[in-house]
Design a protein around this ligand. Structure first.
Ligand code: ATP
Length: 238
């Protein structure tokens, strides 16, 4: 767990005049789960999206496994091994579960069979429902599908944007334990964005706090959970 899988340095990203990231630096080591917590509008989604090249960073650097990806087009970044499960899941509602999953493998040109077996082993519910249309799944199942689709590209870095959003506690536990299993058994490197700070920090090896486009704190999950400022701002004071 020493080599960096992802190195983000002084990243600036903006939507017109709105500067969403004001010089963000963070790193994710190979085999780590790193979580980024922060309030609504802090810039968490923008960070994941600009790692993927959209919005394209105004300045700063993104290095994946030693290769600079900062100004590359999104499809190239994906081909180099980054996969994203976006906020709001965005499954294709009229396609079947199986078709949704195969879409995730499309750009890679490898036999999707082995990855499909792994996704079905991780989320047996998707195997049972493989012929069903994506749009008819429950919220939790759609989240499983979004993660499964990202895994189909055999990523070395998985970016997850608020996988717990709007889901019941039991389903959140299932999703988080699947992420832990992927990390422990496959050694998958994960950068996780969450508003559910408590569970995300318990899952993560390390975490960062993002406040209006700037990193204000970092530490191990346990260190951050113990900080009074974090408890007050993100854990309901508990
Ligand atoms: P949330 O948890 O609500 O998704 P976030 O931390 O992911 O919040 P971002 O979605 O990255 O935050 O938004 C960061 C800032 O950029 C906010 O001020 C937001 O209003 C702005 N922003 C995001 N997307 C756009 C866009 N497409 N056009 C203009 N401004 C945007």
């Amino acid at each position: 767990m020493t080599a960096s899988m992802l190195e983000v340095t002084d990243l600036v990203a903006a939507y017109g005049a709105v500067q969403a990231l004001k010089g963000v630096s963070l790193s994710v080591k190979r085999g780590e789960i790193v979580t980024l917590i922060g309030a609504n509008g802090a810039g968490k989604s923008t960070l994941l999206m600009s790692i993927c090249g959209d919005p394209r960073p105004r300045s700063g650097r993104v290095v994946l496994d030693g290769a600079e990806i900062t100004q590359r087009p999104t499809h190239e970044i994906m081909r180099m091994g980054v996969a994203q499960s976006p906020e709001g899941r965005r499954v294709f509602p009229r396609m079947s579960v199986l078709e949704n999953l195969l879409m995730g493998a499309q750009a890679q040109g490898h036999d999707p069979g082995p990855e499909l077996e792994k996704v079905f082993a991780l989320f047996p519910r998707l195997k049972e429902r493989q012929a069903q249309r994506g749009g008819t799944l429950s919220g939790g199942e759609q989240q499983m599908l979004a993660i499964g689709r990202a895994l189909m590209s055999k990523p070395r870095l998985l970016l997850l944007d608020e996988p717990s959003l709007g889901l019941a506690p039991l389903i959140v536990r299932q999703i988080f334990s699947a992420i832990r299993a992927l990390n422990e058994t496959e050694g998958l490197t994960v950068l996780l964005v969450e508003q559910n700070a408590n569970q995300a920090l318990r899952l993560a090896h390390r975490g960062y706090v993002l406040v209006t486009g700037r990193i204000t704190m970092e530490g191990t999950g346990a260190e951050l959970l113990a900080r009074p400022e974090i408890r007050d701002a993100y854990l309901g004071g508990g």
